[in-house]
Design a protein. Structure first.
Length: 147
């Protein structure tokens, strides 16, 4: 089932790992976390584990301590959801995306369970029936350029 475009600004989103990593690396995603009207950024605990897996490499790349980057992650306004929140949607998510990327099953299950758009820059979620928004699309919605 194709995703339908949203007609208004989303107030609550499910967030994939890649926008979190981008924000920690200083990308434009951080602006959405701190300057938009989005009231909740829900994230599967497995996505946080994925981000934590890359913290050491990111700290080296940025020339900061691992402790500093872990603190920056803690400062992001994320609502971490345990598997019990999305457990009932796991089977559907596996059917829809496991052939693309097994690692995306839980984040899709969370978006299905919460019935929210998914903020991701990953193309694997296309055709899942969940509205996906990239960082660029969200920036255009929340911070349109003046004409």
């Amino acid at each position: 089932m194709p995703s339908l475009p949203i007609s208004r600004k989303p107030e609550k989103l499910v967030v994939d790992a890649n926008p979190i990593i981008s924000a920690l690396l200083g990308g434009n995603a951080k602006r959405l976390f701190f300057e938009s009207d989005i009231t909740e950024f829900a994230v599967a605990d497995t996505a946080i584990e994925e981000v934590q897996h890359y913290l050491h490499k990111m700290a080296e790349k940025l020339g900061v301590s691992l402790k500093f980057l872990a603190y920056a992650l803690d400062l992001l306004p994320l609502t971490i959801c345990s598997p019990k929140v999305y457990r009932r949607s796991l089977k559907t998510a596996r059917i829809q995306i496991a052939h693309q990327d097994q690692g995306d099953v839980e984040i899709l299950a969370l978006a299905l369970a919460l019935k929210r758009p998914l903020w991701t820059n990953d193309k694997d979620f296309g055709g899942t029936g969940v509205q996906t928004l990239t960082t660029a699309e969200l920036l255009a919605i929340y911070f349109p350029k003046s004409a």
